[in-house]
Write a protein that binds this ligand. Sequence first.
Ligand code: KG4
Ligand code: ZN
Length: 332
Amino acid sequence: ATMTIILGLESSCDETAAALVTADGRILAHRLATQEDAHRPYGGVVPEIAARAHVEALSPLIEAALADAEMTLDQVDVIAATAGPGLIGGVMVGLVTGKALAHAAGKPLIAVNHLEGHALSPRLSDRTLQFPYMLLLVSGGHCQILLVRGPGDYARLATTIDDAAGEAFDKTAKLLGLGYPGGPQVEKAAAQGNPRAVPLPRPLIGTAEPHFSFAGLKSAVMRAVQSGQYSTQDIAASFQQAVIDCLIDRTRRALAQADGITALVVAGGVAANGAIRSALEKLAADHDLPFVAPPLWLCTDNAAMIAWAGAERFAVGLIDDLTFPARPRWPL
Ligand code: KG4
Ligand code: ZN
């Protein structure tokens, strides 16, 4: 028998993407168009501009991915599309397209939770990773610690009570005039600064429940900027260190509450941060756990992770109806 092939579509934020992945984890094609340039003048993602750009970009990306893999749509077995959470206009573009393709080609549709895409992506890059694992999911919209037990089977151990970690990076970049998107810019500036130069709070550190909070940190960064006392590099470095301290303290707390896990895993756009990855790697080593982080391109939004989540769900029979609605909010 031939290997099942999954087409994945992603359009929940500011990246439009299409990818083809096999059920045994081979990436046949992955195409992505970022809208960064369109949103840069506004310093953040503008939903209306995003939805329009997804409409324009998606079909050509699907065709390009099929061409890369030297395939036609008939050879695809399953269509997987992000159905939320995210900016509703963009989510609808990808999901409606996925439904139309599934209907026209007579293929099953998998409505994928974007967070599940991130959560399962480490198993695409490391095919030896077994359930259950502890996942720190840190992106622009989310900051969670999840126990990943299998497709559709998650326990949320922690979440943010206000901002997400990536959001804190983006807001700090804006305050420092570093431009959009903020995470990589802050990391670059931080590499030139002193992480102990600016006294900043570590919200919720030491509390029993391993939740996150970054709003107070953002306000403290704003006061540091306004004081005029510190360099951009020192503020960036001190901010990044404060985020690392929060992530590590909270993850350590979650690790103390879980047993039987196979690995500590990080995913989501913020996992592209080298300093955060090294700190987590050390934490995992302290707990005698393997540390797994997908390659950078698989950490930020992409369609290969959506196709792969589709593959994992399809393998256990989790197929969706064409009436599945787009969901702006959708906790795992
Ligand atoms: O997962 P993702 O691509 O989109 C969401 O689903 O949110 O994550 C994007 C977030 C943005 O907030 C961006 O600033 C952050 O990830 N990010 C970083 C870095 N690269 C991207 N944050 C810190 N350091 C980085 N190098
Ligand atoms: Zn994401």
